[in-house]
Ligand binder design. Structure first.
Ligand SMILES: C[S@@+](CC[C@H](N)C(=O)[O-])C[C@H]1O[C@@H](n2cnc3c(N)ncnc32)[C@H](O)[C@@H]1O
Length: 311
């Protein structure tokens, strides 16, 4: 990868904007930020992000609805369920006042075309739906738990859910608004629980045990010590032969320059070894298998831990 000219990048982008080449401006910025980040130390990158935020072009890209939502963080963090809905289905989810200009539409189209994270978020939903279906093939009327469920959109795509092949679907989140959306989706066989991770770790919520537990879009915000406790706690809640699936963003993917500099969306990234460390607090003899895989866009990693004792 070519060493970027940091000083030129933002001026080049500004020239393209002034010439009305908005898609090209976004893709030039996206690629350029990736190159700058790749060739910088952590400190140099932080300095460059400050320089970016002070440059006139930074305001321009906030017209893109997803970018704006991440940057403004109306719920206190980037990547909230409303924003995830923008990624899943822009036309349905983005309110007209957030995409009223032609420029915001152009920028959104381009970001959806080139943004690795958008592809990975959609792929993550497919993977979760498939895992729900596979659980229903493995166990009759399984009990499933989604932790930090957000809007639980993956359940809508699952044939096992549609065909009522689930024994019980429990969805936990600390956001009441998300839970009210979810309650409607799983009303026939589901239960929503308003609880935080701390409630789970300190056992303040009575829970049954489950055949499949998963969490996506959560560990990217958890430091290692908390992530390890959480992993061990969730593993305890598995039935014999049950599986725990954890998703996390990988480090050093091409999307991170844009996420951090433009969206102000900073996550905790983990590679395969760092994921493996998260199972340290689980007694080794109770683990049957650990499967690690990266989704097809190479942006997110998944770790699935199987408990001993399946039939
Ligand atoms: C990025 S969203 C992911 C939602 C969903 N799992 C998905 O894949 O689309 C993160 C979710 O985690 C929830 N969350 C964050 N911190 C939490 C905590 N400490 N306890 C419970 N829920 C939490 C948020 O309310 C939000 O719904």
């Amino acid at each position: 990868m070519d060493r970027p000219n940091k000083d030129n990048l933002l001026d080049q982008v500004e020239t393209k904007i002034n010439q009305g080449q908005f898609s090209d401006a976004l893709s030039t910025l996206y690629d350029g930020l990736n190159r700058v980040r790749t060739h910088s130390s952590a400190e140099e990158w932080k300095q460059f992000v400050i320089q970016y935020r002070e440059h006139a072009v930074s305001h321009f890209f906030l017209q893109e609805p997803l970018t704006r939502r991440a940057f403004e963080k109306p719920l206190g963090y980037a990547g909230d369920p409303v924003m995830i809905d923008f990624v899943y289905d822009h036309d349905r989810a983005v309110p007209p006042n957030a995409r009223s200009t032609e420029i915001s539409e152009i920028l959104n189209c381009e970001l959806n075309r080139i943004g690795h994270a958008s592809y990975a978020i959609r792929e993550r939903k497919h993977i979760l739906s498939r895992k729900i279906n596979q659980t229903a093939e493995r166990v009759v009327n399984p009990y499933i738990l989604s932790v930090a469920c957000g809007y639980l959109r993956e359940a809508l795509d699952s044939s096992a859910v549609k065909n009522k092949k689930i024994g019980k679907f429990v969805a936990i989140d600390h956001d009441k608004e998300s839970l009210s959306v979810v309650a409607e989706q799983i009303k026939d066989f589901g239960e929503t629980i308003h609880a935080s991770l701390m409630d789970l770790i300190f056992n303040t919520v009575p829970l049954s045990t489950f055949d499949f537990i998963y969490t996506a879009g959560l560990y990217d915000y958890l430091p290692d010590s908390l992530a390890k406790k959480m992993t061990s706690k969730l593993f305890e809640l598995l039935n014999p032969g049950g599986r725990l699936l954890i998703a996390n963003y990988l480090p050093d993917t091409p999307t991170l320059g844009y996420l951090e500099a433009v969206m102000d969306w900073w996550l905790i990234y983990r590679d395969k070894d760092q994921m493996q460390e998260l199972i340290e607090l689980i007694p080794q003899e109770s683990i049957h298998d650990v499967d690690m895989f990266v989704e097809k866009n190479q942006v997110m990693i998944f770790m699935e831990i199987e408990k001993v004792g399946g039939g």
